[in-house]
Design a protein around this ligand. Structure first.
Ligand code: SF4
Length: 369
């Protein structure tokens, strides 16, 4: 990317581009309000106003969703997912509330309304997603977990963001592609799965051709993931906890470990191992994240044991060391501190001893010769 282009994007240009589609911006760590968006259509079939103009990526990559869009299956999947909100079971919480009638479940998503916190090319994600031009992130408001250490709790719990139509979401995807983002990275997408699939269908008609990254807590229902088969190119799930007790204490999701294991196996079945192209960019595959927490609170060794025993040894794993107490974590002495170098090194050593060969490049810095 040229310096001139980046400067233009980081300045007035970015505000004009994303304000035009009615979304909020996160620039320099703060959320900047943009004009409020149109009201949300009640049904994804209401999205229209097809426009072209986006630039497909080079290299002959064909995204998984294109064939489903052309056959009409993508629109059908969106309809099926939308119907699930009548007694909402989009995620393992299975609240059973009628979101079509405006009810809110545990995640606090306001009925069928879509709320977006920010849209931006992101350069802090995994290197195979960022490349030279960034990962095109779209952060969604609200969340079906309650992580006591959440660093985005204003968005995930307080729901900060702007109500956004499916049409606007599709346009945001196209703007990210036009900028040169390597992918569309939907962050905390689960409770808006129907909206995202509907928007991909609209955007595909207008020229979207870059891969979709499903950037999820990992806590997904396999039945819903099956409806994403052939739509998502890259799954980027967390595996946050090894133990149910800690998942309950730190994220109010006691069944998290077993549910997430089933979900990750399904993700791997769909997209396989993440392999970079000649430019080092991943366009398809499974990329797992695990955050090391103080005092083994996230069960890192057990999580890695499971990955090594159930997935190929070259499965991409990002062992993250950046845990920092946020939100309510300061009042829980066990996790009210950062991870020490020794704690982190132990986990990386363990991964290496297990024979995991595809550790994220930032993790690899810690590997001993
Ligand atoms: S998506 Fe929200 S409302 Fe639906 S089951 Fe999950 S937490 Fe409940």
């Amino acid at each position: 990317m040229s310096t001139t282009r980046l400067k233009a994007f980081a300045g007035v240009g970015i505000i004009a581009v994303f304000a035009a589609v009615g979304l909020s911006l996160r620039v320099g760590g703060t959320v900047t309000a943009a004009p409020s968006s149109e009201s949300q259509p009640d049904d994804p079939r209401g999205a229209a106003d097809v426009r072209g103009g986006a630039t497909p990526p080079a290299g002959g990559f064909v995204p998984a969703y294109l064939a489903l869009h052309e056959s009409g299956e993508l629109a059908e999947r969106a309809r099926q997912l939308w119907a699930m909100m009548e007694s909402c079971n989009l995620c393992p919480r299975s609240c059973g509330v009628n979101r079509l009638a405006g009810a809110q479940g545990f995640c606090r998503a306001p009925g069928t309304q879509l709320v977006v916190a920010s849209v931006q090319p992101h350069f802090g994600e995994e290197r195979p997603l960022v490349g030279r031009s960034g990962s095109g992130t779209i952060f969604f408001s609200h969340c079906n977990l309650r992580c006591v250490f959440c660093q985005n709790y204003q968005i995930s719990i307080l729901g900060r963001g702007n109500r956004t139509s499916i049409d606007e979401l599709a346009n945001a995807m196209l703007q990210l592609q036009a900028f040169g983002s390597h992918n569309i990275n939907v962050v905390t997408p689960t409770h808006y799965t129907p909206h995202i699939v509907a928007a991909i269908d609209v955007a595909a008609a207008r020229g979207l051709r870059i891969p979709i990254v499903w950037n999820t807590s990992g806590w997904e229902r396999v039945e819903v993931l099956r409806l994403l088969d052939g739509i998502v190119d890259i799954y980027l799930p967390d595996m946050k906890f090894a133990s149910s007790a800690e998942a309950e204490q730190f994220a109010r999701s006691p069944g998290y470990p077993e549910q997430t294991k089933r979900a990750v196996l399904e993700m791997h079945r769909q997209v396989g191992v993440a392999r970079p192209d000649s430019e080092g960019i991943v366009n398809r595959g499974l990329m797992i994240r695990h955050l090391v927490m103080p005092d083994s609170a996230s069960g890192s060794k057990e999580v890695l044991d499971w990955i090594a025993a159930n997935l190929p040894p070259d499965t991409y794993v990002n062992i993250m060391e950046q845990y920092t107490p946020h939100h309510e974590a300061f009042s829980i002495p066990r996790i009210a501190r950062r991870v020490t170098t020794a704690e982190y090194q132990q986990i990386v050593d363990h991964a290496q001893q297990l024979g995991l060969t595809n550790l994220d490049s930032r993790t690899a810095r810690w590997l001993r010769e």
